[in-house]
Design a protein around this ligand. Sequence first.
Ligand code: NAI
Length: 492
Amino acid sequence: MTFDYKVADISLAEAGRHQIRLAEHEMPGLMSLRKEFGPTQPLKGARIAGSLHMTVQTAVLIETLTALGAEVRWASCNIFSTQDDAAAAVVVGAGTVEDPQGVPVFAWKGETLEEYWWTAQQILAWPGADTNPELGPNMILDDGGDATMLVHKGVEFEAAGAVPAADEDESEEGRIFLDVLRASLQEDPQRWTRIGASLRGVTEETTTGVHRLYQLAEQGKLLFPAINVNDSVTKSKFDNKYGIRHSLPDGINRATDVLMGGKVAVVCGYGDVGKGAAEAFRGQGSRVIVTEIDPICALQAAMDGYQVAKLESVLSQGHIFITTTGNKDVILAEHMAGMRDKAIVGNIGHFDNEIDMAGLARIPGIKKVEIKPQVHEWVLDAGTAEERSIIVLSEGRLLNLGNATGHPSFVMSNSFANQTIAQIELWTKRDQPEGEREYSNQVYVLPKILDEKVARLHLDALDVELTELSKEQADYLDLDIAGPYKPEHYRY
Ligand code: NAI
């Protein structure tokens, strides 16, 4: 079997396979789904275009999807987040380096933006689909929504017959994206229309991507049904919080090895990710200051014992600044210019627009020094008595994946069990007769009973003894003994 792929170094496959094997042990959710659904192959016929950080944990997800019958093509959703050994192992699969038998992966650590959008196109370009749309991708598994956006914008521009010129204030990434679509339109003016028509659903991993999906649905532009995996309780209340609690300090340590104890850590945003970040710093003995725009989250942070302040008020106090908002322009160049010498600045929100990197580069006289890949010192007032610098991690992109290896397997087993179940839901229910269709072109969350199932799959590994409701108790609370145990509006 030959297939196209592009990874950094295929000979890293063995190292990747060892890590994948250990990760499988830590991913009981995915492994039990393989056992439960392997024999019935519910994803047979699904051709999944996956755009999600190509890590060891994602390798276990990919091989779960194929074990359930799917065909898969994969790219990373961030230029720095690929683990090259994991990518190589997924390509090799059950084959050898000389004769790979696995899955076409298009991902390597340190892609340029042009390369990033090339990889995004590869996962949607299935062999033979140009002439036979039946062979094209029919499902997307997305993280941050770039693959979904590529298809939607492609369809929109093809319908208009042209790609608009970039606005004055368009980012470099935005310009590259428009150039990619312009070239695509010239080459094949119906490509995205064909792909859009063949897609039957998308499952989206993260807060930022989900936000984009709801916007498309509200505008009536969503081309296929979507499941919001992020808002499964067993995703956002676990991965976003406990995953960050682990992988944020991991990223800071690997990048700088600076002692966090005693330092002042400023966490921008106190949503799920911010809560995990603040707890991680507190665990290390840092003094934590939170910034928020939402009075509820601000009050939560205060009640959890953190100082809540405006960023401007604490610029000179902070040693470490981390953005977790999913918003743009949170730390501006003028903020960074006001920080203490060797302050560390990093982002763990999905996109790199939380920190104004372009503005930082424009500060007159500023000098950028590479300490090592994904760790840069920006020197202000170089050569003067005022000389000082700040350290920026992963060039403002999510540092837990750029400087470290992202969340650990056990927490990702929860997220990816949701992803797998969501793919099965959309794929197996794609052809329900009109009038009985459970999924139209809207955004859905998984039913609570499935959310509870994901949690259940992880209890044994932690020796959790779950108390069972008696019949009388269940009647008293008006519940089924088998669940679901909470109403939809319960917030955990
Ligand atoms: P969330 O919506 O729960 O939290 C974001 C918080 O930031 C909100 O409470 C909001 O009020 C606050 N905020 C917005 N603008 C602000 C500003 N200018 N200053 C201070 N606070 C502000 O979202 P969640 O789930 O915490 O996700 C945050 C980001 O992290 C998203 O982009 C998400 O996609 C990403 N994410 C990254 C992960 C990673 O591994 N690096 C894992 C999970 C999510």
